[in-house]
Design a binder for this molecule. Structure first.
Ligand SMILES: *Cc1c(COP(=O)(O)O)cnc(C)c1O
Length: 357
């Protein structure tokens, strides 16, 4: 069945192994982040086989699937929890990233009632302006949660390169370490984890510019795709051959490059603009915006150009490609955002057809 993502589990396992080894040499543990592949158990297993010993996911539904598959490693919810999901959170996850005292208090009540301890990593916003307590408020916040029953304040963390696109630097990772030192001094406690970011922070680490003291990174994209979209690069020491999208051609015709008739809005509400390139050979593949963030696809074969898509049809210019016919399969590699959308679509088959060795 097409469209289909073919997953190369062996390469994901190898990527995980390399990331775990490089981080390990610097005293950094890897939390393997599984949300990009909706925590498909075989892919989770490839990460664990590569040496990952702790998992993180943004959705409890995914964490539940990981539990059901029987993986017995610590799992963290890495989106700050909704109050409404706290019973399931305490049930399924060992810990979570947090930024709201009211939520941590609610977790405390639930955990305490069940005789459990829930680990909290307090998120600090060092500038990306997504989740996290502002640096000047961290000490007060710690004071409010430190003695809550059922809560273990495991450490602090930060997220970068997501909303504001802020890049990890020595300065902003150093800030985390300084805040940790201050918390330890003021409250006389030990913070076990300083979680210094995601795939984007690997670059800093390999350049030896990550502040000493950071001892955890939360890695999804690097392991799953071998890319680092925040720094806009392929990671040289990782494989990018981890997944390929396969689509089937349903029409091939030579057509003008400018539509014929008065132009209104397209099916997504935009007024399209076209450049007249004369007659072009076009192929339609059975994939659309309902399945995939099309902008994140890259044709594997040289010469193919993606013209655009509607909900169920993607249009390709194949003029330069030679012989393309109906029924042919056209391959694409994908960005993180395209992978995320494809994995989430129930219309896309995931094929794990390279057995692990
Ligand atoms: C998604 C996510 C990660 C993983 O990011 P990658 O870029 O895939 O490595 C880490 N931390 C948080 C909080 C996330 O939401």
């Amino acid at each position: 069945m097409y469209p289909k993502i073919e997953v190369h589990l062996d390469h994901i396992r190898e990527n995980a192994g390399i990331v775990v080894k490089l981080c390990g040499e610097k005293g950094i543990e890897v939390m393997g982040v599984t949300k990009g592949v909706c925590a498909i158990p075989d892919i989770v297993k490839a990460m664990l086989d590569g040496g990952v010993k702790k998992l993180g996911d943004s959705r409890l539904l995914n964490i539940s699937a990981i539990r059901e598959a029987g993986f017995n490693v610590p799992i963290y919810l890495i989106r700050i929890p909704m109050i409404s999901e706290i019973p399931e959170l305490v049930d399924l996850a060992d810990g979570s990233l947090n930024s709201e005292v009211s939520v941590i208090k609610a977790i405390s009540e639930e955990a305490n009632a069940r005789g459990k301890t829930h680990r909290v990593i307090l998120m600090v916003d060092v500038g990306d302006l997504r989740e996290g307590v502002m640096p000047e408020d961290v000490l007060d916040t710690v004071g409010e949660i430190i003695d809550l029953p059922g809560i273990e304040l495991e450490g602090i963390g930060t997220n970068m390169g997501c909303y504001g696109g802020v890049l990890p630097t020595y300065e902003n990772t150093k800030l985390l370490v300084e805040i940790t030192d201050e918390i330890e001094k003021v409250y006389g406690i030990k913070m076990n984890t300083i979680s210094g970011g995601s795939t984007a922070t690997l670059k800093l680490m390999s350049e030896d510019s990550l502040a000493r003291g950071v001892n955890q990174l939360r890695i999804g994209e690097g392991i799953l795709l071998g890319t680092d979209s925040t720094n806009d690069e392929a990671i040289a020491y990782l494989s990018q051959d981890t997944m390929v999208l396969k689509t089937e051609v349903i029409e091939v015709k030579v057509k003008p490059s400018v539509p014929i008739g008065k132009i209104g809005k397209d099916s997504f509400g935009n007024v399209p603009v076209f450049k007249d390139r004369g007659l072009r050979k076009r192929a339609i593949v059975a994939l659309g915006k309902q399945d995939c963030r099309i902008e994140g696809l890259i044709p594997k074969q040289e010469g193919i150009e993606i013209l655009g898509a509607s909900s169920d049809h993607m249009l390709l210019d194949v003029t330069e490609t030679g012989d393309v016919k109906v029924g042919d399969i056209i391959d694409f590699s994908m960005s993180y955002s395209a992978m995320l959308s494809l994995m989430t679509s129930k219309y896309v088959e995931v094929s794990l057809d390279r057995p692990q060795v």
